[in-house]
Design a protein around this ligand. Structure first.
Ligand SMILES: Nc1ncnc2c1ncn2[C@@H]1O[C@H](COP(=O)(O)OP(=O)(O)OP(=O)(O)O)[C@@H](O)[C@H]1O
Length: 212
């Protein structure tokens, strides 16, 4: 089966500090748990996969969308939610959602319903500077589920959100996964296999990523 994402000779350095050196990694569709020690390179790997920071090498989605040759199409197919999201403080949640709907596409009605389920609707009209860390995290998760992504990267999605939002998040991951969307999730806490049917574990170590 065609890999959802394939990394070929991917190298990432911050100035002359080398963080990633991945000769080849090809992942079939699924839900992956990305593990590694603090500072191993998980967040860097996600930012590279999402096409958000420059890197050497090439990433191909579904065998035909290249990070270098089709950067816009590439970025539309991958969504990323940061571990500790930061947005310009004067923007409202609604401003950000409109921006995402405009650039990522997707069904407005469906996204609004999702916002309702996650419990963000009540504060969407307020500037993000007024949000608590959990409120910000829920907004970032809503944005990660906006559009028509092939792969969703969730960096520490379980931290700071309340029990109700957590149950919705697990539900969403399972439903999207059943519709063919793949996930790559970092979490220092164990993932509950009953809630999240993880298909594989990816380990970041010694600058490489391996499916273990
Ligand atoms: N913008 C940056 N400039 C310089 N070095 C950076 C930058 N971002 C990350 N690093 C370094 O790259 C390495 C990997 O960082 P990264 O954030 O990817 O690790 P991580 O596996 O996500 O860690 P954690 O589990 O602590 O979140 C670390 O040594 C870090 O110091």
């Amino acid at each position: 089966m065609e890999a959802v994402i394939a990394l070929h000779n991917v190298r990432k350095s911050y100035q002359d500090f080398h963080v990633l050196d991945i000769a080849r990694l090809e992942l079939p569709a699924g839900i992956y748990w990305l593990q590694g020690e603090n500072g191993a390179g998980k967040t860097t790997c996600m930012k590279v996969m999402a096409g958000l920071i420059p890197f050497k090498g090439e990433i191909i989605l579904q065998g035909n969308v290249s990070s270098h040759r089709q950067p816009v199409a590439f970025r539309r197919l991958i969504n990323y939610a940061e571990a500790e999201p930061l947005y310009p403080s004067f923007l409202t949640g609604r401003d950000l959602l409109e921006l995402y709907l405009g650039t990522k596409g997707g069904n407005r009605q469906q996204v609004m319903e999702l916002g309702e389920r996650l419990g963000v609707t009540g504060y969407m009209q307020n500037p993000v500077s007024t949000y608590s860390s959990g409120m910000l995290k829920k907004l970032s998760l809503l944005l990660a589920f906006t559009g028509n992504p092939l792969l969703i990267l969730l960096d520490e999605p379980l931290i700071t959100i309340d029990k109700q939002a957590l149950a919705v998040l697990y539900d969403l991951i399972r439903a999207y996964s059943a519709n063919g969307v793949s996930f790559c999730i970092t979490s220092h806490q164990p993932l509950d296999q009953r809630e999240l049917p993880v298909s594989g574990t990816l380990r970041v170590a010694a600058k490489n990523i391996a499916l273990v």
